[in-house]
Ligand binder design. Structure first.
Ligand code: NI
Ligand code: MN
Length: 229
């Protein structure tokens, strides 16, 4: 089964299979780099890594328009149900997995905070590990470098998507260490160049990855896609 990853800028990704569109951390209308608006987005499933505005801003409107079910940590799933009328929100927690029509989805640790925009408690931040057909994909989402990434990588990753923006997440140097721990075949950068404080030179990052790891770096422009090989 072909798996295609589309980067919509910032930390927003669409994971597309032949049959399903899985949207991660939708941030469109207020994102300076999103190439499309939330009203144009189709989704069959919506995944939420944590409660910060730049990851949840367009969850409710896309979920309502498309009817896509939302998967998030327990506290955030409840918050969407209670505050935004999202009936089809499933709470998960760290280490838990669920079989979904597109594949297996596991919520894995991330080292980051997760307060919701109104001050509500959002539980802890998460990353996602997915098995879609035979492909194994890891979305680190907002996180620092942490040594348990080697456990996540032990499944044998085809793809890792890592933040490189620094300031709020790991930066380029730590991402290289993360790649050493994760050992993915391919790595794509995320959570950078949205605003000046997280500006990074992605081509320098790609050179660094090539010179110091065995992974192939793939740098996308917002709106571009990569087909997982
Ligand atoms: Ni965040
Ligand atoms: Mn963020």
């Amino acid at each position: 089964m072909a798996v295609e990853l589309t980067w919509y800028g910032h930390a927003t990704w669409m994971i597309s299979t032949d049959e399903h569109k899985v949207l991660l951390d939708p941030f469109f209308d207020d994102s300076p780099t999103a190439p499309i608006k939330a009203a144009e987005v189709e989704a069959d499933f919506i995944l939420v890594s944590h409660g910060h505005f730049d990851h949840i801003a367009d969850v409710a409107n896309i979920a309502k328009r498309t009817g896509a079910p939302v998967y998030a940590i327990y506290e955030i799933a409840n918050w969407f149900s209670a505050n935004h009328g999202i009936e089809n929100a499933t709470g998960m927690n760290i280490g838990g997995a669920i079989e979904l029509p597109f594949g297996k989805l596991k919520m894995v640790p991330a080292v980051h905070s997760s307060g919701l925009p109104d001050g509500s408690y959002g539980g802890v931040a998460a990353g996602f590990l997915m098995k879609i057909g035979e492909k194994k994909l890891y979305f680190a989402c907002d996180t620092a470098l942490f040594s348990d990434m080697q456990l996540i990588g032990a499944v044998g990753l085809d793809v890792a998507v890592l933040p490189i923006g620094d300031l709020f997440t790991m930066g380029p140097d730590d991402s290289v260490t993360a790649i050493d721990l994760l050992k993915p075949k391919t790595v794509l950068p995320s959570h950078y160049n949205t605003w000046p404080p997280i500006e990074q030179d992605a081509s320098s990052w790609a050179k660094l990855v090539k010179s110091r790891t065995k992974a192939s770096p793939i740098v996308l422009n917002p709106g571009d896609s990569y087909t997982v090989e």
